[in-house]
Design a protein around this ligand. Sequence first.
Ligand code: TXA
Ligand code: MG
Length: 345
Amino acid sequence: KTKVYYFEDIKEEVLDEAAAVIRQGGTVIFPTETVYGLGANALDEKSVSRIFEAKGRPSDNPLIVHISNYDMLLYCIGEPLSEKAQKLIAHFWPGPLTIIFKKSKAIPDEVTAGLDTVAIRMPDDPIALKLIDKSGVPIAAPSANISGKPSPTAPEHVIKDMEGKVDIILCSKDTRVGVESTVIDITGDIPTILRPGGATLEELKKVLGEVQIDKGILDPGTIPKSPGMKYTHYAPKAPMTIVRGDYNMVMEKILELAGKDKERGLKVGILTVDENINYYNGFVTLSMGSKEDTAEAAHNLFNTLREFDKLMVDIIYAEAVSEEHLGLAVMNRMKKAAGFNIIEV
Ligand code: TXA
Ligand code: MG
């Protein structure tokens, strides 16, 4: 039922076919620079309902609208472009930044879960941009994973989760960024990050000056503003515990806990970095890359979580990473994957 096209086969005709499917109300999975998206015509509520069906996603979680040009942006928003928006767009688009605007009447309630705002981004991927262009409509798209699973960053992730549930899958390479876009709300006085992602806090501050992080992201006790942040997300099958602190203490603690679990007969997975991986002899270890490179960690994180599923570990310990640059998004996803189960050492 699902037509799967691989990178080599994605010529103009295939993009024309996929665009026709979007216009006719169908669903197309396409690559972006962050993660794969599960798209449908953002202007049509029936099309949009197919996205929620395919993902098993609660319909009170609003979708991001993907555009390929400025006319589309203006068509979707119900306000003049603010100075802040113009700065952000000039600096970050196409790219991993989603901006919240007042919505126009063209955007149905199904896309925004009844909110009067709409989340919009221009993805930095030639296949995505061509697909949107050829469709002639903005494309609503969440990450193309089954709801609750790690977002898909490789063709095999998408095929595993979504084959049989959508009309077309356009496979490209592994996605470049590896975590989802940053969601920023600029409707208030101080620009607020609702979800950390591919555009970093440091970069955003350079462009806007003051930028704050929504409390819901930092403290699991408060109610998050970005509705998507309240669901269990990104979770591998095995329960995961993050150990945070000085690396030496972290490694010692993980070895201690993992050793005990192993004695109890459990298969233990450890999520670590290149510099530390040899420390954990006798356990199932996966590295996110060098501890100096937060972009590498972002690129690898979701794949490592899915690898632990394949390796069928019973329990996972993860070293906390630095929250600088892309590390903020990486730790946010790790915390969610661990259900905020963190040991401080
Ligand atoms: O990188 C990405 O953003 C990927 C690719 C496919 O573009 N998409 C993605 O979509 O991650 P999704 O649906 O998994 O996450 C959308 C996020 C959720 O946290 C949602 O709550 C938030 O954006 N969001 C959407 N509309 C919103 C709105 N009007 N106000 C506040 N948050 C909104
Ligand atoms: Mg998602």
